[in-house]
Design a protein around this ligand. Sequence first.
Ligand SMILES: [Fe+2]
Length: 183
Amino acid sequence: MITGHHTEHARDLAANLLGRTGDRWRHTVAVADRAAELSTTVPTTDRDLLVAAAWLHDIGYAKPTVDTGFHPLDGARHLDRLGWPRRVAALVAHHSGARFVAAVLGLDGPLDTYPREAGPVADALTYADQTVDSRGHRVSIRDRLADMLHRHGPDSPNARAHHVREPHLLAVAQRVEARAASA
Ligand SMILES: [Fe+2]
């Protein structure tokens, strides 16, 4: 496991907010673990930040952070209030193609106040989240997407965003797998 200044604080904050949430916590631990493995696909200087963002990516589900009900945005805003670096909050805001779901919810305006990073760190975070299921088991990205649609239901914002979000997530997966293969 990668450890560093941000990672240690991120793990403590995530444990405080999600540590008693069962599957949500198991998912978070496994995504952080996966991100640490994928750290070979990002510049050395970004590894701590990647793993920190992985620990924090779902804190917007924790009751004390809920505001809009859209967890990527609520998590980012909570990190802002706590004084976390803007880049970490922005990675959390935009993880896993959040902008596509935000557009369906009418929350793209607030979400776009966070700069959307493109590149290896944002890709690795999303890929880590999309290859661990909701209970913390490693899965293929296609199984993850099928499970997500099943859990959220056919009329959910996730389902309505799926036709544009899925190609984005599959492109992310291709890029990360290529980087991992040549790392
Ligand atoms: Fe997640």
